[in-house]
Write a protein that binds this ligand. Structure first.
Ligand SMILES: Cc1cc2nc3c(=O)[nH]c(=O)nc-3n(C[C@H](O)[C@H](O)[C@H](O)COP(=O)(O)OP(=O)(O)OC[C@H]3O[C@@H](n4cnc5c(N)ncnc54)[C@H](O)[C@@H]3O)c2cc1C
Length: 512
């Protein structure tokens, strides 16, 4: 290695913020760099605290903590966690409607033709059930069952994945233990001033309320919505997406459900008059929240709706959180990389925020700079992040557009609003050809899009012409065998509650 390269290396990383984002970044980067001579310091203020929500994840979280040497049961135990096979959407199409978006494949593709085409043709001649009956993940979830997926699934019908519900504070504590055990230095203090280098506006150091000053080469802003470095110091700018995403507030409350019933292995999201309500089962309590549009309901009315809907004893007063859906114009500016809420936030639907922290950390490792902060590296990171966030935005917007309630001003607004052009094209392609376009940097894969399309009854008028020569009745018979196979696998699985009692070791809290 040349002297120049050696001298240009980053030697110190300063992370501001000790929420989920800050401690995930600290634990993961420390592990990644091992014994490399890079100091990692995390500054957090216990006086300011964290956002305290963010309890539903998607399956990538398991790869994330496994890469830190943690296993599923360890994390479930440490975080009062439960298992999540998907999300149940209740009342979104009309009161009483429900479907599950699983982390799972549907049926079997054959001869290069996706399963949905076979299902469409079969249902034109016979009763072949809902799409969800061809997904083991969705069927287990609907039955309140849980099992871990087979290591070598015998067919694509057995392929499913799972994620966790966890207590966000306990998860951050777990990440902190891992990070500190590997040498991350923590400072509990308030950052009161960000000092910029006069020659190029890069961050040089942070002044703390204790009088101490912290210097660094690379700063990671995990300070939450305010974006202490990326926005307040560097004035990067924010792209507001509220013309597509109308929800801008949430009321969050924890509850203690009555003894007896089992926790569902999914996140429940129920449509309400001006948004939707989450319900997340943990072992020791439930998390609940109403995500709503302040353009369509005021805070008092929203609180009354939430309190009336939660069937359990509330553990505290509902807490109001305001946000602006959108993203930081650049998530990497000069020598500051923003992660977590500091980088932007859409809204909680589909639990994407923690997953975006994971991919942000992975991108940073892949494009880790030297002290010259090559603009090509920074631009690539920003371009990748922008595309990824836009694809997630499109997926979330689809839910509102596709819901056909139209029974309140909020649901009429979301139904009638324009959608991003990229989403309009994707929907059109599916309607006209049954094809799910797949783009680079996309978090949600075709089975997830299929789940939402089919769940909201967005279906193509016909099937792939390659199936025109296949006998519809014979096809329907083989599909019915397929779904009987899924039903048998579900019958053999244990309940989610039994799984937790047996392997995690604590009695789960009861459900509604
Ligand atoms: C209503 C709601 C529901 C959500 N639900 C989900 C979900 O189900 N799934 C999901 O994936 N995500 C969810 N999210 C997002 C998730 O909560 C966040 O992505 C995650 O918690 C990361 O937050 P953070 O670490 O970026 O910020 P925070 O938790 O806000 O942490 C900010 C940190 O910065 C520190 N800080 C701030 N200012 C200073 C200062 N001056 N000096 C020193 N330290 C400072 C604070 O002390 C704190 O440690 C939800 C978000 C909201 C708003």
């Amino acid at each position: 290695m040349s002297e120049d390269v050696r001298n240009g290396r980053i030697r110190s990383i300063v992370i501001v913020g000790g929420g989920t984002a800050g401690w995930m970044a600290a634990a993961s980067l420390r592990r990644h760099f091992g014994k490399a001579p890079i100091d990692i310091t995390l500054v957090e203020s216990s006086e300011i605290g964290t956002i305290g929500v963010g309890e539903a994840t998607i399956p990538t979280i398991r790869n994330f903590y496994q890469s830190l040497g943690l296993d599923d049961l360890e994390v479930l135990r440490a975080t009062q966690g439960t298992c999540k096979l998907g999300i149940r959407f209740k009342d979104w199409m009309a009161p009483g409607s429900a479907f599950i978006h699983p982390f799972s494949l549907y049926g079997q593709d054959l001869n290069g033709v996706p399963f949905q085409h076979y299902w469409l043709k079969a249902r034109s001649v016979a009763e072949v059930g809902e799409m969800g009956e061809y997904s083991l993940g969705a069927s287990l979830a609907a039955a309140g069952k849980f099992t871990v997926p087979a290591a070598n699934p015998p067919s694509s019908l057995s392929v499913f994945d799972w994620a966790l519900h966890f207590d966000a504070a306990l998860f951050a504590q777990l990440m902190r233990r891992v990070a500190e055990a590997n040498g991350v230095r923590r400072i509990d203090a308030k950052v009161v001033k960000v000092n910029l280098r006069p020659e190029d506006g890069f961050v040089a150091s942070l002044d703390l309320h204790t009088g101490q000053s912290i210097e660094g080469d690379l700063f990671i802003d995990c300070s939450g919505f305010r974006g202490l470095l990326i926005e307040e110091a560097l004035q990067t700018g924010y792209e507001d997406w509220s013309q597509w995403l109308f929800c801008d507030r949430a009321l969050a409350v924890q509850s203690q459900p009555p003894e007896g019933a089992e926790p569902p292995p999914y996140t429940d999201v129920t449509a309400h008059s001006a948004g939707w309500r989450w319900r997340i089962p943990l072992q020791h309590r439930y998390g609940n929240g109403y995500v709503y549009s302040s353009r369509h309901i005021d805070d008092q009315a929203a609180e009354a709706e939430l309190v009336a809907a939660v069937p359990d004893r509330l553990l505290h007063e509902p807490r109001l959180i305001r946000f602006t859906p959108g993203r930081r114009k650049k998530v990497w500016n000069r020598n500051v990389v923003a992660l977590g809420l500091a980088s932007g936030f859409l809204e909680p639907l589909e639990s994407t925020s923690i997953a975006l922290i994971e991919t942000g950390i992975e991108k940073l490792k892949a494009l880790f700079p030297d002290r010259s902060f090559d603009p090509a590296v920074v631009d690539e990171f920003n371009d990748w992040s922008r595309r990824e966030m836009e694809r997630v935005r499109d997926f979330v917007v689809l839910h509102y557009k596709a819901a056909q309630r139209g029974d309140t001003p909020f649901w009429r607004t979301t139904r009638d609003a324009d959608v991003p052009e990229t989403l309009a094209r994707k929907v059109e392609l599916f309607r006209s050809r049954g094809h799910i376009a797949r783009y680079r940097w996309e978090m949600f894969q075709p089975p997830s899009w299929l789940a939402i399309f089919a769940g909201f009854d967005i279906l193509p008028g016909g099937w792939d012409p390659a199936l025109d020569g296949i006998d519809g009745a014979a096809l329907a018979a083989s599909l019915n065998q397929m779904r009987a196979g899924v039903a048998r696998a579900v019958a053999q699985a244990s309940t989610h509650g039994d799984f937790l009692r047996r392997y995690v070791g604590q009695a789960p809290a009861a459900a509604e």
